[in-house]
Every structure is written in structure tokens, then in C-alpha cells.
Design a protein around this ligand. Structure first.
Ligand code: GUN
Length: 294
């Protein structure tokens, strides 16, 4: 079998176009222009790339964006003071503190101070708590997990009753995507570094989400024939045959797994583009929540 390639790039573009259209409509009807503030502390090169990309996408979609860059040595109180200033700013509808923060800072306290109504990352404990509980509705859902569910729904008529295995239990991807899968009535297994006999667990998965940061860890014999495989990993591996000397690979051995799966996300061009598209959607939603009748 040769798997369908799930084109995250094209699906993300669809979402961005929908957001751009709604932003334009808001402008025409005199409603506020959505505004996203990012806070980047320190000089992590990957974070700098992600934040730049978020601002570029805002610009393309007509969303205002405000870029706050602080030195790695910034004291906790100053980061919190900035978050509180942004909470009060009427032009800012969404606040994103780029993670990871420098180790000297207390991430939990910073995220706790973001207004729940501006928490476009969905990482505030109230939003995550509401995501985890039946009958509750979080104001926002974390972006990469929301993007993964969107891709799955495009490829499966229903997630109900499916065996879903999530590799990884991070706050940013593994845990929230597992919670979202439960909300879709999937039967969910979360695996992590202490899990035993991973290939046996993953071989029972109708849906396999890999988010562990280990290049090409998931092999063909880990995958049930016909499974839908979502690869969240973006790993650099040395490759002297390329101009840059490296290439990007996922957590899944793409070539061999595509012979077994029914559908698979490529790296790059699968989950990656979905994260920013969902952030744009969340920022639009934050502006809608701030509308007088929102
Ligand atoms: N670092 C990696 N992914 C994310 C994300 O989705 N949001 C934030 N704030 N930081 C990240």
C-alpha cells in the first residue's frame, strides 16, 4: 500500500485564507482588527525563526502584530509586568509567550498571568483544565494539537472508537492532543520514555501521533496496515550530500511507513504549517471574544 500524503501546507493555506477573509470583513464592518502580541525571551535560534514566521503570517492575513523581545537575563517580575501590560492593551487580543523560556524563569507563573481570554496558545491552566474536563469548553485549544485534529478529520470520516496512540506527553503537543482525541471519542493511549514495548502498543493504533523528537524512530513494523500517521517531529540529521549539510526528518521513517499506512504527514509540509494557521484562527477568535456581543 502507498499512503495518501496529507498535505498540511495546502490545508493550512485554506485556513489562512478563511481567516484573512474574516479579518477583512471585520475591517469593513468597523470591528477591531485582531492583534497578536508575541513575547520572546532570549536568543534561542529556533524560537526566533518561529516568532518571525508568526509575524509574517499575521501581516499577510491583515492581523496586527506586536513583537516584544527581551534579553535572556530579564527578571521574572519584568516578564510578568509585560504580560500584564498586554492583558490591558485593547489592541492586543492574543498573547503568545514563546516557549521554552530561559531556565531562570518560571514558565508556569508566566502562563498563569496571561488573561484566559487572550490565551491564544491555550496553555493557561484554566484552558487546559477545561480541555481535560467533560462538559467544559476551553476558550482556546493549543495550536499544534488543534492542527493535528483538523488533519485527522480531513482524512477520516470520524475519530469515534478509533484506537489512537500518542507518542510523547509534552505540555505543548502530546498531552493536549491526547485530550482532544478523547473529546473526539477515540480510545487513547499515551506513551512516553518509560513505556515498555512501544512497537507492540503502536501496532494496535488506527491513529498514530508521533511527537518525541527522535529522528525516524517509528519504523514500518510499528505501524498497523491502514493506520493514519501524524508526524510532529522536526529533526535535523547530518547529510553531507545536501548544500546545508543537514536535512529535516520527522519522528517517523517516512519512506518505509508510507508503504504500510493509509495516510501520512510529510516532514516538512505536514503538521508544521498547521500550527501557525491555528494560531491565526485563535487570534481571530480572541478578537471575536472581545466584541461587544462576542
Ligand atoms: N514552542 C514550540 N511550540 C510552541 C507553541 O505552539 N507555542 C509557544 N508559545 N511556544 C512554542
Amino acid at each position: 500500500m502507498s499512503a495518501v500524503i496529507i498535505d498540511g501546507k495546502a490545508i493550512a493555506e485554506e485556513i489562512r485564507n478563511q481567516v484573512a477573509e474574516k479579518v477583512a470583513q471585520r475591517k469593513q464592518t468597523g470591528l477591531s482588527v485582531p492583534g497578536l502580541a508575541t513575547v520572546l525571551v532570549g536568543e534561542n535560534p529556533a524560537s526566533q525563526v518561529y516568532v518571525r514566521s508568526k509575524h509574517k503570517t499575521c501581516e499577510k492575513l491583515g492581523i496586527h502584530s506586536f513583537n516584544h523581545v527581551l534579553p535572556a537575563s530579564t527578571p521574572q517580575a519584568e516578564v510578568i509586568a509585560l504580560v500584564n501590560e498586554l492583558n490591558q492593551d485593547k489592541n492586543v487580543h492574543g498573547i503568545l509567550v514563546q516557549l521554552p523560556l530561559p531556565k531562570t524563569l518560571n514558565e508556569e507563573e508566566v502562563l498563569l498571568n496571561i488573561s484566559v481570554k487572550k490565551d491564544v496558545d491555550g496553555f493557561h491552566p484554566i484552558n487546559i483544565g477545561n480541555l481535560a474536563q467533560k462538559g467544559r469548553t476551553p476558550s482556546f485549544v493549543p495550536c499544534t494539537p488543534a492542527g493535528i485534529i483538523h488533519l485527522l478529520k480531513k482524512n477520516l470520516p470520524s475519530l469515534e472508537g478509533k484506537n489512537a496512540v500518542v507518542l510523547g506527553r509534552s505540555n505543548i503537543v502530546g498531552m493536549p492532543v491526547a485530550l482532544l482525541l478523547v473529546r473526539e471519542n477515540a480510545t487513547v493511549t499515551i506513551c512516553h520514555s518509560r513505556s515498555q514495548d512501544l512497537p507492540k502498543i503502536t501496532a494496535a493504533a488506527d491513529i498514530l501521533v508521533a511527537s518525541v523528537g527522535k529522528p525516524e524512530m517509528v519504523r514500518a513494523d510499528w505501524v498497523k496496515p491502514g493506520a493514519v500517521v501524524i508526524d510532529v517531529g522536526i529533526n535535523r540529521v547530518n547529510d553531507p550530500s545536501t548544500e546545508k549539510g543537514y536535512r529535516l526528518v520527522g519522528d517517523v521513517a517516512y519512506d518505509e511507513v508510507s508503504e504500510v499506512a493509509s495516510a501520512i504527514t510529510p516532514v516538512p509540509g505536514g503538521v508544521g504549517p498547521m500550527t501557525i494557521a491555528m494560531l491565526m484562527q485563535n487570534t481571530l477568535r480572541a478578537a471575536e471574544l472581545s466584541d461587544p456581543l462576542g
